[in-house]
Ligand binder design. Sequence first.
Ligand code: HEM
Length: 562
Amino acid sequence: MSMPPWKAISLTSLVSSYLLVSRQAEWSTAQLVRAFAGLWLLQALAFGAWAVVIYPKLFSPLRGLPQPKGNSFFMGQLARIRDEPTGYPQREWARTVPNDGVIRYLGAFNQERLFVTSPKGLSEVLVTKNYDFEKPSDVRVFLGQILGVGVLIAEGDEHKLQRRNLLPAFAFRHIKDLYPVFWQVSRDAVQAMTESIKADAAQRTESEDAEKALSGRKDTSVIEVGSWASRATLDIIGIAGLGRNFDSIRSPRNELADAYRAVFTPSRQAQLLGVLGMVLPPWLVRALPVKRNNDIAASSRTIKSVCYDLVREKKEKLARKELSDVDILSVAIESGGFTDEGLVNQMMTFLAAGHETTASAMTWAIYMLARYPDVQKRLREEIRANLPSMDSTEDVSSLQIDHLSYLNAVCNEVLRYYSPVPLTVRVAAVDTTIMGHHVPKGTRIILVAAATNVDQEYWGPDAAEFNPDRWLPKHEADKAAASGGASSNYAFMTFIHGPRSCIGQSFAKAEFACLLAAWIGRFNFELHNKEELDEKNMVIKGGVTARPAKGLHVYATVVDGW
Ligand code: HEM
């Protein structure tokens, strides 16, 4: 069921109340208002009963599909979805609810969701019938404030056009020129981290109780990985994407970083507005005078004004015929396919889509390597044997990075095991089908990388284990290793697939590999809270990207000799 038909309810209440009241010889406005309110409430309640109880339980054509047990009467599976990390309930249902590729479950107010579990179903939604499925309007309105109305939000022909104009900037022949930029920023981050760790270690006295665990360790300090990762990825997208150094590695409290922090920090109010967005029109939810809406509006203004400045500066350079930069904005300007407003929207998209995601990947990479010290050690050996030290000013090329088989295996395995975007949503724009099942217009479709990426049916019995070796060829002709041994390409959903797949995939993979190589080459990481060695004790926060709820605190030690 889609949004309540508020307009129709209000209009029929108005007409009926007028017809009822105006029949009387004498009537007042107060009577009219009372009649209107009574009729409006009656219709709203009737619609509520129909949409929340009668339709999903008795009439929906989807009600015969396989579904999980334990629904609450009004709120379906909402409690689990709200309380568990994003995608985890679906991960369990994929395993425990027998299905042929589609599972139906109920969300808030028993709204129906179709969770697509099989490669065939995913290929229909993402490729063969891609334009039958859109991003839901409440999601687009929320994201549009922060991301601008760029390629991530556009639909239909507008999306095709924008994507076509942007693709050249993301082609590998262009991304390969950005590797030296990724490496330089990674080096900057490592140098700033080294200075901070050494300064911290020098200040520490052995008598400080709270730091007892550190005594005896040279050049060690406790750092919060997520914050360093966000700052590094913001600087990378700044320089390589937009040609501007935001310098957030050295000065963490810049206006842009603060704006994103305000938007992406999860809060109860954000959750509540999300649920309201399912029953109220998006413009109304956005107009509510609450702190969360004010924060988003203020952040949106900051981000937009930074992007306007950037586009203006670049255009001036172009007019003076000085533009020879390799960043993505320059390539997009030179393509001539965008107005200034259009460019600002795309820049907002790249900034948001391109930095929190990779920062999440970095955070999970350090978490997993801290849990698996053998993998960390093996990776450090490969990096140190093949890449220039952080103290040298030597650049690296795409070939050098892409030829490091263990580095790429670890990156792929982290992206599989902890997909930075655990789940994404579509809505059927027309009556359609998935794997032969009728799907009425308005049905929400749920695609869950956090479930599909670890599904035993496609990855084999060790799907739930962290094992980078699955990405290494077992023998010369081992083609399966390129897809981690999975039985289908659709088993890896981190960047999804098809015309709406992540346009920044090559950018992200290269940036991630450079950052991880630089950090692991220089530092050893151990968990600060040993309880987090058991994944079950790691609390994960929801939102668009998945991160440890309380941050990831690790002992970072400078390892000599590179
Ligand atoms: C590890 C890092 C990243 C991950 C896991 C990731 C994941 C994704 C996913 C899952 C989508 C599809 C969302 C949906 O349609 O529901 C997407 C789309 C997109 N991503 Fe990424 N992304 C990453 C990095 C980047 C970077 C670095 C950029 C830009 C420089 C970028 C730009 C975009 C854009 C523009 C889209 C929209 C594409 C379209 O709709 O045509 N992403 N990304």
